[in-house]
Structure formats: C-alpha cells, structure tokens
Write a protein that binds this ligand. Structure first.
Ligand code: C5P
Length: 318
C-alpha cells in the first residue's frame, strides 16, 4: 500500500544528448575555463532520471544501462550534486515567492537509466544533472521557475543549462549563456560510440598545448544559415570543432572512424564536443539507415546509434 503510494509519487524525466555543430574555443581564462562560442543541438538519444520519495535529509543514487559501471553513484555524480544544490538552496534561502523548507526535510532516491555514452562528449553527465534538477524540483514541489533552474544548472556545469532547454542554441561564456537558434526541419545523424572515454579537462589541456592562434570567437555563419534554411548538405560542409584535433591527438583511432564515415557516404562528420563520440550527418532518414548499416559492417567503434535533432530538453514523462 505504502509502496504503491511512494511509486505513484515518483517523478520521471527524460533528457537528450547533445552534439556541438560548431565549437570555437578561446584561450584559457584566469578561472581555468575557456570562453566558447558553440552551437548546441539536442538529439534523440535519452537518459532517464527518476526521483522517488526518500527519508528526509537523504540522497541515494542507482545507475543502470549503457556504461553504468563507469558512472559514480555518489556525490561525484552531477545528478546527486543537483539534488544537493537544490536542497541547500531552497533549505537555506527564502525563495522569491512561496514557501520555504528546511534542507533536512528534502530527501530523494534517484535512479538513472543511461543510454547516452559515458565520457562521450554528448553531455550525458550534464544531462543527468539537468534531469535531476527538474525531477527534484517537482518531487519536492519547490517554487523554482525556469530562470532559477538555469542559474543552478550553470553552477553544476557548462553544458547543464542547455540540457534543460534543448533544441538548437548558441552557447557563449563557458557554454552556459544560451541564445535560441532558428532551425528548420529535422537533421538525421549516425553517432559512433568509442571503446574509450576522453576526459573533457584532458582535451582542453591538449588544446592549450597546441597553442594555436585562434580566430574570432563567434559561431561560423554558414552553420547558422544552414540551420535556418534546413539545408543538410550545407550544414554538413560547415560543421566545425576546435576540440577535434586535440581529441584526435589523444585518441588517434578516431581519424579512422571519421574517414570511415566519409567513405560510407556521410555528408558531414565531426568529433562531438570533447569526444570521443563521432557524429555523421546524413541527407535524410533513409540515408541515415544506409549510413549506419555501412558503418556497422565496417566494424568501427563500440556501438552505432541513429538519432535525429533538434529535440526538446529535459522533460517530465508520465
Ligand atoms: O563545466 P564542466 O564541469 O562541464 O567542465 C569540465 C572541465 O572542462 C572543466 O573543469 C574545465 O577543465 C574544462 N572546460 C573548460 N572550458 C569550458 C568548459 C569546460 O576549460 N568552457
């Protein structure tokens, strides 16, 4: 009886992976972060986070699914940190309006079902943080509006705010300041997951070591124009990632993956974010089916997924 009541109160949130269609990186700042100009694009590969009632003042976490054994199920996990941040924030400060509760009264049992590759450059960990923020805010019935959640998301990590909103958006600053981008139609992608992970700080460090003179820190116009017109071929030709060469330095086998994608008929290819997942653009859905079949037969990567974008960010599901 109690079990049923608790289950009924659980809050389930689905959050998409992201690709960076363009990623321009500036020189490292004094805060250790690099200023970015990027185009985020949410795609239909989802993690699911469930927040269930728990003893007041407790947080617990269980992770299952793709790569779960490589995901910490403790306070190192962004989903856990999201729950803690919400509890601390709403327990210690009066919200702008509405009620206030002690952090000690807020407890949650989080479960994450992973499909987004771990350490894959598709913001899986950030997505789980965003999903946990939304799920806990609903579970605890907090008076948090989207701006409040965005502010907390930015504290958790650079990619977390985008995971809340999804769609296609320009990201500035650390990637946390977002401007929506007009995007027409649907783009079809094949993503190749790598056997290995790449740690984002290592890729940025390699970027620093390469110390190239950087161009202006703005997103390439051809990417924005191709999105506005829904022109997949133009988008494929314009894809651009400053972290690609650093990621290829750290994991040279990715050159083979990118070459295989081109040979298999992709109209655009790039390393996703800090890698090592590689994303290949297809002209349409049936071309994406062909492309993924050809890549499968070539045996590249650990796994291959067909996805489409843009899709909305973290959302409640029944
Ligand atoms: O913000 P987030 O925790 O996702 O970033 C992980 C790491 O990636 C940072 O600690 C930093 O080393 C690097 N990073 C960066 N510049 C950014 C975003 C991330 O150097 N704009």
């Amino acid at each position: 009886m109690v079990e049923t009541a608790l289950r009924a109160q659980s809050v389930r949130v689905r959050v998409p992976a992201k690709l960076n269609l363009a990623l321009r990186v500036g020189p490292r700042g004094d805060d250790g972060y690099h200023p970015l100009a990027t185009v985020f694009h949410a795609v239909s590969l989802y993690d699911e986070v469930v927040a269930s009632p728990a003893e007041p003042g407790t947080i617990s976490l269980h992770v299952s699914g793709e790569g779960a054994s490589d995901v910490p199920a403790d306070s190192r996990n962004l989903a856990w940190q999201a729950a803690q941040l919400l509890a601390d924030t709403y327990g210690s400060r009066a919200p702008r309006h509405g009620r206030r509760r002690a952090a000690a009264q807020l407890g949650v049992r989080l479960t994450i079902r992973k499909a987004i590759p771990v350490a894959g450059g598709m913001a899986g960990g950030s997505g789980d943080g965003a999903a946990a923020l939304l799920a806990c805010a609903v579970l605890w019935d907090l008076d948090a509006d989207p701006d409040d959640l965005h502010e907390l998301a930015a504290q958790l990590g650079s990619d977390v705010p985008f995971a809340l909103v999804g769609g296609t958006a320009i990201g500035c600053g650390r990637g946390d300041r977002l401007i929506p981008v007009l995007s027409r139609g649907c783009f079809h992608w094949v993503v190749v997951l790598s056997e290995h992970g790449l740690a984002t700080p290592d890729v940025y460090r390699r970027f620093d070591e390469r110390a190239q003179a950087s161009g202006p820190l703005e997103v390439p116009r051809p990417v924005v124009d191709a999105l506005a017109t829904g022109d997949a071929r133009a988008l494929g030709a314009a894809l651009d990632n400053d972290l690609q060469e650093p990621a290829l330095d750290l994991l040279p086998e990715l050159r083979h993956t990118l070459a295989a994608g081109h040979a298999a008929g992709a109209i655009g290819a790039l390393v996703s974010g800090s890698g090592p997942t590689c994303a290949f653009l297809a002209a349409d859905e049936s071309s994406a089916v062909d492309l993924s079949a050809r890549l499968s037969s070539l045996g590249v990567g650990k796994a291959i997924r067909r996805v489409a974008g843009p899709v909305p960010g973290a959302r409640l599901i029944s």
